[in-house]
Design a protein around this ligand. Structure first.
Ligand code: SF4
Ligand code: SF4
Length: 98
């Protein structure tokens, strides 16, 4: 099994040096996880190092597409609030600008 980097990744590069298996590579300006090299850190660390350092919720997913850092896990903002804000923002109904 292996993890993957999702499109929400902001390419901050923080995860790349943390991987014990050199499984994270740059490709076309984005970081990707080599599924052959990724071991989910089994045998090296108790927690997956890429997800442990990643500052972006939902950026790293498991083989089923489930985020290792789901909405609200890093910010403390409840997922319902985040999703409501995103929907309102995308519809133009909510803006932080005056
Ligand atoms: S889970 Fe571990 S082995 Fe897999 S990419 Fe992340 S840091 Fe590397
Ligand atoms: S730490 Fe997270 S946001 Fe940063 S490059 Fe890695 S996956 Fe992307």
């Amino acid at each position: 099994m292996a993890y993957a980097i999702h499109a929400t990744c902001v390419t901050c590069w923080a995860c790349l040096p943390e991987c014990p298996n050199d499984a994270i590579h740059e490709r076309g300006g984005h970081l990707v996880i080599d599924p052959v090299l990724c071991t989910e850190c089994t045998g090296d660390h108790l927690d997956p190092q890429c997800a442990s350092i990643c500052p972006v919720e939902e950026a790293i997913v498991d083989a089923t597409g489930t985020p290792l850092n789901p909405l609200g896990s890093l910010t403390g903002v409840p997922a319902q609030v985040r999703l409501a804000y995103t929907a309102a923002h995308e519809s133009g109904g909510w803006s932080c600008l005056p």
